[in-house]
Design a protein around this ligand. Structure first.
Ligand SMILES: Nc1ncnc2c1ncn2[C@@H]1O[C@H](COP(=O)(O)OP(=O)(O)O)[C@@H](O)[C@H]1O
Ligand SMILES: [Mg+2]
Length: 382
């Protein structure tokens, strides 16, 4: 209750009224194709147009999330961590709304600095929300299982998907100010992204975390044509491959750590077709038990020790540096796949005891590419 009171004190009623007014407005979608075309000409005029668009669009998107954070089921809205996240959204809303109309390039530059700060303010939203859900679970009847929190998982899916969009819009605008953009880059978009190359970097990153955590790491073999490319956001693909490979490395490592057998390599196959790209990540780490399958896309489902326990006081945790335990590698990767119209599904094939995770995404309007990141696993051989 005390925290609630503090919140009302620090944010005036007029601000809250404004949040509700803006939250009712319609948000405008932007396609990858549009961003790529628009961003390829980062003239002053275009930067101004882009800033003016964001000045109107961001408060709508942020207000909607702030409102949603007010009425979450099971009292999740009252958890300290969730209140903190809501404060971030309200602070950002206020920053955006108190910024006057953008009329010239001076305004534009100031605005760009401000939204850059907004992006930084929201850096830790995902671990902070996870902490909130964890705080909720601790006080709950242990009989309530993950699936019962369906409403919360659906909310988190929406919430994080919206966050990906907001960060893409801000990041793209900020990046367009780079006077020397890397070759073939339009903001966050790489017009000739090589999935093999991205997979290689993501695998090395995952492997070095595995090395640090376990002292050794299975090999990773990547097969595919490194020159094949299509327009996409490399940071998104990096995140997905990174999360999938970390999971594979952990499974293999845990299974073979104490055995005299050499750990079998994790294999990544990038098969490019004219319309489709297929990325398959396979490991022989034992697979996902049937009991875990139904929970796999719920946030916080993890068979690793939760690092949030140790960092609870800090409230922040560097997820990128952690091997496992937050339980949102798979659900978040699925959101990134979905962001550009793809998906990530798990298909369990009986008899063969094989589990596949198919992750497909298409680059709308630009080039019809769908990518299947399929994770081929083996159940423990009985
Ligand atoms: N390749 C895999 N092999 C075996 N189990 C897996 C694999 N990928 C995921 N899992 C299981 O799914 C759980 C959730 O994965 P994830 O969402 O990435 O969260 P985290 O890795 O933080 O636990 C893991 O804890 C693990 O039990
Ligand atoms: Mg993981």
């Amino acid at each position: 209750m005390a925290v609630r009171k503090k919140l009302c004190d620090s944010f005036s009623k007029s601000l809250m009224d404004e949040v509700h007014r803006w939250g009712c407005m319609k948000q405008t979608g932007v396609s990858l194709k549009y961003m790529m075309e628009f961003g390829s000409r980062p003239t002053d005029r275009n930067l101004l147009i882009s800033a003016q668009f964001l000045h109107k669009e961001l408060p709508i998107r942020i207000a909607r999330r702030a409102i949603e954070l007010e009425s979450l089921p099971y009292g999740l809205s009252d958890k300290a961590a969730v209140l903190k996240v809501r404060d971030w959204y309200l602070d950002s809303f206020r920053d955006l709304r108190s910024f006057n109309d953008i009329k010239d390039m001076n305004d534009e530059r100031e605005f760009t600095q401000m939204i850059k700060a907004v992006k930084v303010r929201h850096n830790n939203v995902v671990p902070m929300m996870a902490l909130g859900v964890q705080q909720l679970k601790k006080g709950m009847n242990p009989k309530i299982v993950y699936e019962d929190l369906d409403e919360i998982h659906q909310f988190l899916d929406r919430f994080y998907l919206s966050r990906i969009g907001i960060r893409m819009l801000i990041g793209q605008h900020v990046e367009l100010h780079n006077p020397n953009p890397p070759l073939h880059c339009v903001g966050y978009i790489h017009t000739k992204m090589s999935p093999v190359e991205v997979a290689r970097i993501a695998s090395e990153d995952a492997r070095s975390i595995c090395l640090r955590e376990y002292g050794s790491a299975p090999e990773i073999n990547i097969y595919g044509d490194p020159s094949f490319n299509f327009p996409y956001v490399p940071t998104h693909l990096h995140l997905m491959v990174f999360e999938l490979v970390k999971n594979s490395l952990r499974a293999v490592q845990e299974k073979f750590m104490d055995s005299d057998r050499v750990a079998p390599p994790v294999r990544i196959i990038v098969a490019d077709g004219i319309e489709d790209v297929t990325i398959k990540v396979s490991d022989e780490g034992g697979g996902i038990p049937r009991s875990g399958l139904s929970n796999i896309f719920t946030y916080l489902y993890s068979t690793a020790k939760n690092p949030l326990d140790e960092n609870a006081d800090l409230g922040v945790a560097d997820t990128a540096m952690t091997m496992a335990g937050y339980g949102y590698g798979l659900p978040i990767s699925r959101l990134y796949a979905r962001y550009f119209g793809g998906d990530l599904q798990i298909i369990s094939m009986e008899g063969y005891g094989e589990i596949r995770i198919l992750c497909s995404f298409s680059v709308q309007n630009v080039y019809a590419a769908s990518i299947y990141l399929s994770l081929h696993l083996y159940h423990a051989i009985l």
